[in-house]
Ligand binder design. Structure first.
Ligand code: FES
Length: 115
């Protein structure tokens, strides 16, 4: 797909995979659009009602996408495990060419007990 120009690597507990997306896709969209399975990831389909889409970004990526983080997102991140200063909800991070080539860490295990 020629419009899929932005490559993001997702590092899970067992694997690192590089997936392509388009500007404006969320990280969750990129995972879903590529039919890539991460156990339990994105349980609420991006409605900011879970924290299973938690990702830890590198600082440069975090700074590039850290616009308009909502109180809802912050509240959910407070409940996620392994949260770091550069944590985000993957369904709320919209990619731009500035983050092409980034690697995002998907903390594992995703905690399903709170769903
Ligand atoms: Fe549930 Fe992102 S998929 S908050």
């Amino acid at each position: 797909n020629l419009t899929d120009k932005i490559k993001i690597s997702f590092k899970t507990e067992n694997d690192t995979v590089t997936l392509a997306g388009s500007e404006g896709d969320s990280l969750l969209d990129i995972v879903n659009n590529n039919n890539y399975q991460i156990d339990g990831y994105g349980a609420c389909d991006g409605t900011v009602a879970c924290s299973t889409c938690h990702v830890v970004l590198d600082q440069a990526t975090f700074d590039a996408v850290n616009k308009g983080i909502t109180e809802e997102e912050k509240d959910l991140l407070d409940m996620a495990s392994d949260v770091e200063a550069t944590s985000r909800l993957g369904c709320q991070v919209y990619v731009t060419p500035a983050v092409d080539g980034a690697t995002v860490v998907v903390p594992a295990p995703v905690d399903l007990r709170d769903l």
